[in-house]
Ligand binder design. Structure first.
Ligand code: AR6
Length: 187
């Protein structure tokens, strides 16, 4: 079985960035940066965070220890160590508490700040995990809407050759596949 499968790949006419939906394990992707759904300690955890730390090796947590954590909605960057990805951007998504506590704005900030950090480092290819949609319980459809719309909007600032949405499961991939064309059309 392949480590990942491309579901859709569309070139944005406006920003010249390719937007790709991949089904599979983000730790296998050979890109400039993968985006980790971290917690505010940045010292590892379950879900995709655990998978990334396991694949990157203990050097990753050693570098993370020097970062003094990260606030919800913010992002910090490290090297990728034993991962095929050159860097890891760690962002802390909001815990879903019904939607009345600024969760949507905080999730938008995660995507915006991750892309801005990548841009500051001159990175061209970036793959996002579906921030907050696992242990933090953010509903998948609105989360995917925020992810696709924010990434398309931020790509207008230029610099990215490819932005990947890495989906862990068919249902998630199907939702992104349905929403991405609309986000690109609105650009
Ligand atoms: N590759 C791609 N996506 C994955 C992978 C993988 N290997 N593994 C899981 N996912 P979660 P959160 C998907 O729970 O909701 C951690 O303990 C998963 O299916 O990893 O932001 C942190 O330390 C889901 O769609 O992150 C925090 O404490 C998505 O990644 C907390 O969980 C995000 O799920 C963060 O919770």
């Amino acid at each position: 079985m392949p480590a990942f499968e491309t579901i859709r790949s569309d070139l944005s006419a406006v920003s010249n960035t390719r937007f790709t939906i991949i089904l599979g394990d983000i730790t296998k992707l050979d890109v400039d940066a993968i985006v980790n759904a971290a917690n505010s300690s940045l010292l590892g955890g379950g879900g995709v965070d655990g998978a990334i730390h396991r694949a990157a090796g203990p050097e990753l947590v050693a570098e993370c220890r020097m970062l003094n954590g990260c606030k919800t909605g913010q992002a910090k960057i490290t090297r990728g160590y034993r991962l095929p990805a050159k860097h890891v951007i760690h962002t802390v998504g909001p815990v879903w508490n019904g939607g009345g506590r600024g969760e949507q704005d905080l999730l938008t900030s995660c995507y915006r700040n991750s892309l801005s950090l990548a841009m500051d480092h001159g990175l061209k290819t970036i793959a996002f995990s579906a921030i907050s949609t696992g242990i933090y319980r953010f509903p998948v459809e609105p989360a995917a809407m925020i992810a696709t719309r924010t990434a398309v909007a931020e790509s207008m600032r230029g610099g990215f050759s490819e932005i990947i949405f890495c989906c862990f499961g068919d249902e998630m991939a199907g939702i992104y596949d349905r929403l991405l064309p609309g986000a690109l059309a609105k650009a």
